[in-house]
Design a protein around this ligand. Structure first.
Ligand SMILES: NC(=O)c1ccc[n+]([C@@H]2O[C@H](COP(=O)([O-])OP(=O)(O)OC[C@H]3O[C@@H](n4cnc5c(N)ncnc54)[C@H](OP(=O)(O)O)[C@@H]3O)[C@@H](O)[C@H]2O)c1
Length: 357
């Protein structure tokens, strides 16, 4: 295995911390000796051991003179865990290959320190892939005014998210739905529009292989606070927190009814303000799962950072519900072009993940 392959392997190890390590980054590490992997590590749990000491411990004496390949720059500070630079120095590693420079000013500087002590250090290998994997973590350093917002939609081949009577169960197949449960575990909140809450009556809980360390909050965007107390999201507010984001002038009696059912209410003048207020309540990432009007409004305002598009091989026709209603049309020359960061099959469906540039 060469260093690039080892970095790809470290990236795949890092996913094992999905849903468990946040607010820390996902990190994976591999110790490479004579082209062989002699140690693997990953950050598995918030507050727990970092990836590097785990990989080095597994490698033992074989780490001496070897190369450590790690997705994020090794930390150089005492936090809940000791500095990784110390473990690296103790292990006698000769070379360190790291992906992304640590954006956290409190923890960064590891690469420079190791370099100054005579180790060979290369920083920036597969930087893009590491940044894509840690988009939620990085967003927090760039933008404190709203959560990292991802949109996930399952559409037909002709871009519809429901049939003409508003039914969307099920456009996608089981593998895609399993994927969404895995995906939800990595977000602080899962959001839907009011009409989706009323028509689909979803649970928006995580029922996949990863149990998130912090249960995602369920958020309904409904300007008029027209959310019936019999809806599942309201009835189960005691098991997983539910918030309704309403317009500032939403009818007070409806708001009162929600509050007495244990649902929290965020009153906001605009969607942007709603997101800002959610951020103020500690929601640093939000996965919006439709419907089309909420998706169109968020996209139109430039408030979506990532799109998880599940495309299913069926046709729903002109009267089906459009995936992004109300999105303004730009001429092709000025249209936003996003960066594709992942593409793969989920059973009969196709997943495409694209990031706003
Ligand atoms: N295939 C899929 O992935 C998928 C996913 C979800 C839903 N669906 C389907 O999509 C359909 C519903 O989609 P839809 O487009 O009709 O409705 P929707 O997007 O679910 O709901 C629109 C809601 O968003 C709120 N909203 C829009 N802009 C807002 C703003 N600026 N501030 C606050 N709230 C705002 C609206 O509140 P007000 O009306 O009070 O303004 C309205 O309640 C259903 O048939 C559902 O089955 C499919």
């Amino acid at each position: 295995m060469d260093e690039r392959e080892a970095m790809a392997h470290a990236l795949s190890l890092a996913w094992r911390g999905w849903g468990r390590v946040h607010p820390n980054p996902l990190v994976g590490a591999v110790v490479l000796a004579d082209g062989l992997v002699v140690g693997e590590g990953w950050h598995a749990e918030f507050g727990g051991r970092h990836a590097e000491p785990g990989a080095l411990e597994r490698a033992g004496e074989r780490a001496r003179g070897a190369t450590l390949v790690v997705t994020l720059e090794p930390c150089d500070h005492q936090g809940k865990q000791p500095p990784c630079t110390e473990a690296i120095l103790r292990a006698g590693v000769r070379r360190v290959v790291a992906g992304l420079a640590d954006p956290n000013p409190a923890a960064s500087g590891g690469a420079a320190r190791l370099g100054s002590l005579g180790l060979q250090v290369e920083l920036g290998v597969a930087r893009e892939a590491v940044a894509t994997q840690n988009a939620r973590f990085l967003h927090g350093f760039r933008n404190q005014s709203r959560p990292f917002v991802a949109l996930k939609l399952a559409t037909s081949l002709d871009g519809r998210i429901a049939d003409s009577s508003g039914h969307s169960r099920w456009i996608s197949g089981e593998p895609a739905r399993d994927y969404v449960h895995w995906l939800r575990a990595g977000f602080a909140a899962i959001g839907v529009g009011g009409r989706t809450a009323r028509l689909d009556d979803p649970r928006l809980t995580v029922r996949g292989p990863v149990t998130p360390r912090v249960t995602p909050r369920r958020v309904i965007f409904d300007a008029g606070a027209d959310i019936d107390s019999r809806l599942t999201l309201v009835r189960t507010a005691g098991e997983a927190a539910t918030t309704v984001v309403t317009a500032s002038d939403a009818p007070s009696d409806r708001v009162e009814r929600l509050l007495s059912a244990g649902v929290s209410v965020v009153r906001a003048g605009t969607l942007e303000e709603g997101l800002r207020m959610l951020r103020g309540e500690g929601i640093d990432s939000l996965l919006v799962e439709g419907g089309g009007r909420l998706a169109g409004a968020l996209l139109g305002l430039g408030l979506v950072d990532r799109y998880y598009w599940v495309q299913s091989p069926l046709w729903l026709g002109d009267r089906g519900v459009p995936a992004t209603a109300g999105l303004p049309s730009d001429p092709i020359a000025r249209a936003e072009r996003w960066a594709v960061v992942e593409r793969r099959a989920l059973g009969e469906d196709t997943l495409l993940v694209a990031d706003r540039r």
